[in-house]
Design a protein. Structure first.
Length: 388
């Protein structure tokens, strides 16, 4: 009994340390933005480009409804450097081609170039690589068609670190504010905060392992391509970032400022969200062993907290007397829970998220149960490529 309680306290302490470490790293990344140099301090691009500028790359498949919203947001960007938008229509079968054609005809000062690919492999690797090859400028900025920059300074804020010497800028993409803010929406928002804390926190600590395809930027000269990744249907951006940091001492900057964020559409049902999560998880086995071990830390700690709590409770029940120390179990669990509540309150404030997000930490137990169930389903019934 005593041994189990001591083990429980130890695992809770380790969980607090891990959670607070990533939270502090995430919050400190606000001061990490590399400031751009003045024009006369900039060296010539190393990729053959004749001038500094930014190429925004969007890969689209069946984005008829989303494209006009994104296009309007891109046209409203305030940028102090040359900019172009490259759209790769990856085999759309809806009205996307017509919508893109209308945008090309209506373009004004913002240059839009549209390309069409058919018969590509699952995922967006081929479309993404094709778009990069067409890019004219030295800075690449990636987003998805179901995303919307939060304001007119998105491009400028994401590219600024690159002009200051960074190789990569990692940004944030959060679910758009939804009404009613029901249980599904709350868990998806919390999931986005958890993922953001992990990849931004580890990046700040010197271990970048993923990028969200809806919002990140890089120097065109270091784009690694996707050789040897035919088995992947997701995680194109993760693999590209890992290839960069593996073969180059890359400078990775993080920008969590609200002006550098994009809002993205939410899956509208539990089924569609489950399918999205399982697709994203399909990339994890291709991460480096060290990255996989780092990502397993919170899962292992949660499991050990559950096991030691159950063991201590069972021993007490079998003894026929509730031990005086049995109160330690709920107290330890509550301490770990309250710590997460406070941490995600800080993260939501730092990201200038909607005020309703400040209490999302209360839903951590529900999120954990949902992920545990989904993980079990995925292990027992691994998804097939054609399901994506």
């Amino acid at each position: 009994m005593i041994e189990a309680l001591i083990a429980l306290v130890l695992f809770v302490f380790l969980k607090l340390f891990h959670s607070n470490l990533l939270t502090r790293a995430f919050l400190k990344s606000r001061k990490q933005i590399v400031e751009a140099k003045s024009a006369n301090e900039l060296a010539l691009p190393t990729d053959g480009s004749k001038e500094w500028g930014v190429s925004v790359i969007v890969c689209i498949r069946n984005g008829e409804d989303d494209w006009p919203i994104l296009w309007e947001a891109l046209r409203n960007q305030k940028v102090s450097m040359p900019i172009e938008v490259i759209v790769v229509d990856d085999g759309s079968i809806d009205g996307t081609p017509n919508s893109l054609s209308q945008s090309v005809q209506s373009q004004d000062s913002l240059r839009l170039r549209v390309y069409r690919l058919d018969g590509t492999a699952p995922g967006k690797k081929q479309a993404l690589a094709f778009g990069v090859n067409q890019a004219k400028y030295s800075a690449l900025l990636f987003t998805d068609v179901d995303c919307k920059p939060v304001g007119p300074d998105w491009v400028e804020n994401m590219v600024r670190p690159l002009l200051g010497g960074a190789d990569v800028t990692l940004g944030l993409g959060f679910p758009a504010e939804q009404k009613p803010f029901n249980g599904l929406a709350k868990l998806q928002a919390l999931d986005a905060l958890l993922i953001a804390r992990s990849y931004i926190g580890w990046s700040f600590l010197g271990h970048p392992y993923m990028a969200v395809g809806r919002n990140w930027a890089m120097q065109k000269a270091i784009f690694p391509g996707f050789q040897g990744q035919d088995a992947l249907v997701s995680g194109d951006d993760d693999m590209a970032l890992q290839a960069i940091v593996k073969h180059k001492a890359a400078v990775v900057a993080n920008n969590i400022d609200r002006k550098a964020q994009v809002d993205t559409s939410l899956p509208m049902s539990w089924e569609s969200w489950s399918r999205q999560k399982r697709r994203h998880w399909s990339t994890a086995p291709y991460y480096s062993l060290k990255d996989q071990m780092r990502l397993m830390i919170p899962r292992v700690l949660n499991l050990m907290i559950a096991i030691t709590s159950i063991i201590a409770a069972v021993i007490a029940i079998r003894a026929g007397v509730l031990h005086n120390g049995i109160w330690i179990i709920p107290v330890m669990i509550m301490i770990a829970w309250m710590n997460e509540v406070l941490n995600f309150r800080k993260i939501a404030d730092a990201c200038q998220s909607p005020s309703s997000w400040r209490t999302l930490g209360w839903y951590v137990p529900m999120w954990s149960l949902w992920n545990l169930w989904l993980f079990g389903v995925t292990i027992l019934n691994p998804p097939k490529k054609e399901e994506w």
